[in-house]
Design a protein. Structure first.
Length: 137
């Protein structure tokens, strides 16, 4: 089994004291979080921050104390397992700029809206973990 390493984050902001999450819509239509492959000697945090900026034009701050992982087989690649490390990152007063080469769209939604939009249980688990962390933070 070959492993591909990616990093990203559950990105959020606060609108009138309500937490809102940034979801990206992949070219295949699925919603998820900004993420991408580790390049060179980057740390996981550096990769997450670079990918967030490349995909949605935001420069958030990573919140210490939260990290979760996911892994799944890549259907189009034989014997390849994708491992993804997710952080929690907050941004303030910035505009989303979608990278059209890699994404269909990016939206800002509430926790409930995000949970209803996800097609994969792993995305729901990751958001629940991040939301629980924020509510106890």
């Amino acid at each position: 089994m070959v492993y591909e390493k990616s990093c990203g984050a559950v990105v959020f902001t606060r609108v009138n004291e309500e937490i809102k999450y940034v979801l990206v819509q992949q070219l295949d239509g699925f919603y998820g979080f900004p993420k991408g492959h580790v390049e060179g000697e980057e740390t996981e945090r550096e990769t997450a921050l670079r990918e967030i900026y490349e995909e949605v034009g935001l420069k958030p701050t990573i919140i210490d104390g939260f990290m979760t992982t996911d892994e799944h087989i890549i259907p189009k690649k034989k014997n390849v397992m994708k491992q993804i490390t997710y952080f929690l990152a907050e941004y303030k007063e910035q505009e989303i700029v979608v990278q059209k080469k890699e994404l269909l769209n990016a939206i800002i939604v509430s926790y409930e809206e995000a949970m209803n939009m996800f097609q994969f249980e792993s995305s729901k688990r990751i958001l629940k973990e991040a939301n629980d962390f924020l509510n106890s933070y």
